[in-house]
Write a protein that binds this ligand. Structure first.
Ligand code: APR
Length: 306
């Protein structure tokens, strides 16, 4: 059966994601943008890569939402990226009106899809997408934790000169200044990270992880990260389409888990063909739990601005 992934927003993240999905062979792709020419141009370019890359997948570039009908997954990347010096939260006014518009169309044309939101401020935009679509909470999620975790893994790997694959971590909470690295679940070759790196050094690395997006925005001058965000979304897509049921950090709607409720926030989720099949409740430390509660307050304050 041919699977279908529709990507709303054919910008840096959307087009890079389209590339990954097509060349992995997991699904056909619809790339939709308000700027029809951009969606069409990138589609022709991606199509022209297919004979060389050696795949038979289809891609459609369009501004017509009728094309997203029967999507298995819709990824929302439409919206503005940060400018140097901006926080993700400062994007709320512009991106809320875009995500609202997009979500109305997703509700109408792809009512059976699973939605993954990428647009920032992430947890608030995911909350908005769920509110507007009215989809079941399991079917709407946000991408952040996989990306933040990947950034942290790189810093640990560089510091300890160990392979990235030997490190596991979870970053929960908001995709913003109050993100919460779960140090008690961060292990290197199976051993607690605290045995390998001292507290001060670890704190500096956590700070750099939080600031990594801004570091890239500043260097780019225009636009924000896209290779790593698209890789993180792709991991979630694969877990859904292949029903891998991997436990990945994702922004999910909490109803009591971790003592939190009424918001979207980064938590460990078992992700499979049903979307978020379960929020996994790790045994975290008291300090981590308090940090999650603070992060939830920050997200709720932002949600109030919608
Ligand atoms: N409908 C469809 N597409 C839209 C709409 C809309 N209403 N409004 C804007 N877009 C499109 C733009 O035309 C642009 O092509 O969204 C695309 C965004 O692409 P970029 O500007 O390259 O931004 P990108 O780096 O892809 O980031 C997108 O993801 O990581 C987050 O903070 C980032 O919120 C930003 C989003």
């Amino acid at each position: 059966m041919t699977r279908k992934v529709s990507i709303i927003g054919a910008g840096a993240v959307g087009a890079t994601l389209a590339h990954r999905v097509l060349e992995s062979g997991v699904a056909d792709v619809v790339l939709l943008d308000v700027l029809k020419n951009i969606a069409e141009a990138k589609t022709l370019d991606l199509l022209d890569a297919a004979p060389v890359a050696g795949h038979e997948k289809n891609i459609t570039g369009t501004d017509d939402y009728a094309q997203i009908r029967k999507s298995d997954i819709v990824v929302i990347t439409a919206g503005l990226p940060r400018k140097p010096g901006m926080t993700r939260d400062e994007l709320i006014a512009k991106n809320a009106s875009i995500v609202k518009d997009v979500s109305e169309k997703v509700k109408k044309y792809a009512p059976d899809s699973i939605v993954i939101v990428v647009t920032n401020p992430l947890d608030t935009m995911t909350y908005l997408a769920r509110k507007i679509t009215g989809f079941k909470k399991e079917k709407v999620m946000g991408m952040a934790g996989v990306l933040d975790g990947s950034r942290f893994i790189n810093l640990i790997s560089q510091e300890l000169k160990v392979p990235r694959s030997s490190i596991e971590t979870y970053i929960l909470g908001s995709h913003g200044d109050t993100m919460v690295p779960i140090i008690s679940k961060t292990r290197v070759k199976g051993k607690p990270i605290t045995e390998a790196i001292d507290k001060n050094k670890l704190e500096a690395m956590i700070k750099r992880t939080c600031d990594r997006g801004a570091e890239i925005v500043k260097l780019l001058g225009s636009g924000s990260a896209y290779y790593s965000p698209s890789a993180a979304v792709f991991k979630m897509i694969e877990s859904i389409l292949k029903d891998k049921k991997e436990t990945l950090a994702a922004s999910a709607y909490v109803e009591g888990e971790y003592g939190l409720s009424g918001l979207y926030i980064g938590v460990p989720c078992k992700i499979g063909s049903g979307g978020i099949e379960k929020i996994v409740e790790f045994d975290i430390s008291g300090a981590e739990s308090a940090a999650l509660a603070r992060s939830a307050e920050a997200i709720k304050a932002l949600n109030k601005l919608l």
